[in-house]
Design a protein around this ligand. Structure first.
Ligand code: APR
Length: 237
């Protein structure tokens, strides 16, 4: 599969697995032993915000001890190579793409390093781990802060979703890296791209529903497969 710009990269938790960040649905994943309803819904937060914050802070502490891997770095190189013809869309809230140097990035599901006031919606960046106090409160109005992530049952940011859908329609080459493809609307993007005639390469140690319709399925761990695929397909200078 030859790379034809514009190029779109879609990532999920699997791209960070080789950095030591837990995925959600794999064996030993975050949803094993934790009820989504308790920690990743507005209702769960209303019921027990301390429980929710403890769960997010454990993830923040884990991610803070991890480093971007070779897949994150190869994606940065792609961005440098294709410039405006490159878009990265991630479902991840871990911030490892940004730490690797990615800039042209749309975060569909928010960030572990940002908080939102439940009173006036104001956003605050917070990188201290562990959190100095749980639950954290707004320094402006004293209301409780919530994790700035998209919970199940909540809508994604319309502007981000629009930009993502436009990038999926325009892309000629799409790399789908480390996602089970079961969460919508994120999982729609690779289908939109296929419908618009893009060539899609999937990178995942396990086959998913996309593997059946993708142009190319690359089995293996992203930190190995993505850099080697990129080295084999990068435009010769
Ligand atoms: N390299 C590449 N892919 C991997 C690796 C690896 N080293 N390890 C695991 N994977 C694959 C798994 O096979 C699986 O298909 O990554 C995928 C991870 O799937 P999920 O855990 O379902 O994560 P993701 O697809 O990102 O979840 C989507 O669901 O829970 C919500 O909001 C959360 O953004 C998340 C969304």
């Amino acid at each position: 599969m030859k790379i034809q710009p514009p190029i779109l990269v879609l990532t999920g938790a699997g791209v960070s697995a080789d950095s030591g960040v837990s995925t959600f649905r794999d064996a030993g994943g975050l949803w094993e032993g934790t009820r989504i309803e308790d920690v990743a819904t507005p209702e769960g937060f209303a019921r027990d915000p301390v429980k929710v914050w403890r769960w997010y802070d454990e993830r923040r502490v884990q991610v803070a001890s991890c480093e971007p891997n070779a897949a994150h770095r190869a994606i940065v190189e792609m961005e440098k190579t294709f410039g405006d013809d490159f878009t990265l869309i991630t479902q991840n809230v871990d911030g490892l793409h940004e730490r690797a140097g990615s800039r042209a990035i749309h975060r569909l599901h928010g960030s572990l390093w940002s908080m939102r006031c439940t009173g006036d919606g104001r956003r605050f960046e917070q990188r201290e781990v562990p959190l100095p106090s749980i639950p954290p409160v707004c320094s402006e109005c004293g209301e409780m802060l919530r994790p700035d992530v998209v919970w199940f049952g909540e809508l994604l940011d319309a502007a981000i979703l629009d930009a993502a859908a436009t990038a999926a329609e325009r892309a000629r080459t799409v790399l789908v890296i480390g996602t089970s493809g079961v969460v919508y609307p994120a999982a729609m993007l690779q289908l939109i791209a296929l419908e618009h005639g893009a060539r899609v390469a999937e990178f995942n140690p396990e086959r998913t529903a996309l593997s059946e319709i993708a142009t190319e399925y690359v089995a293996g761990r992203a930190a190995v497969t993505v850099p080697s695929w990129w080295n084999a397909h990068r435009p010769s200078t």
